[in-house]
Write a protein that binds this ligand. Structure first.
Ligand code: S3P
Length: 168
């Protein structure tokens, strides 16, 4: 049993995940961080040098490994829950929580020089389209938490209150 945090870039998965793991006393995993460690380069460089396909391949392998363990809070990259098979794997091995923030709050958090290859601060219309398109997939999580305004600590407490009954 794991807890998977899914949602758009900048929705707070890593920050909230770290705090949630601490509260539960579980290990914290961040799929983007693991990709970077394994590849020895940043996500940005992987996209630029080897393409998104390579990144998705490594990401999928990592999900396979992480989901074979239990007792983890896993912050996932924003594209991981979009793929039906990966989604099914997460749902089978844990509780999936959608961290949902307004695009406006995401824009404030990420800013222009973010280092995320798919985030284009200067293209608000394209970002709106990507954001809207992905919501249908994120909505397949077990439940949704709005992260637009509250701080990460409080969000982690709210998630804990929701997942505890599922464990019983
Ligand atoms: C991606 C989100 C990023 C990272 C990669 C692709 C996406 O992670 O995995 O840049 O497709 O939404 P965060 O959601 O942690 O920003």
């Amino acid at each position: 049993m794991n807890v998977y945090l899914v949602g758009f870039m900048g929705s707070g998965k890593s920050e909230v995940g770290r705090r949630l793991a601490e509260k539960i006393g579980w290990a914290f995993e961040d799929t983007d961080e693991i990709v970077e460690t394994l590849e020895g380069r940043t996500v940005e460089r992987i996209f630029a040098e080897s393409g998104e396909g390579r990144f998705r391949e490594v990401e999928q392998r990592i999900l396979g490994e992480v989901s074979a363990r239990t007792g983890r809070v896993v912050a996932t990259g924003g594209g991981l829950f979009l793929h039906a098979q990966r989604r099914a794997l997460m749902r089978r091995t844990g509780v999936v929580v959608w961290l949902d923030a307004s695009l406006e709050s995401i824009r404030e958090r990420l800013g222009p020089e973010d280092g995320r290859p798919l985030w284009r601060h200067e293209e608000p219309i394209a970002m709106r389209a990507l954001y809207e398109k992905r919501r249908a997939a994120y909505a397949l999580a077990d439940f949704r938490v709005d992260t637009s305004a509250a701080d990460p600590e409080e969000i982690a407490s709210r998630i804990l209150a929701r997942v505890r009954p599922v464990w019983r």
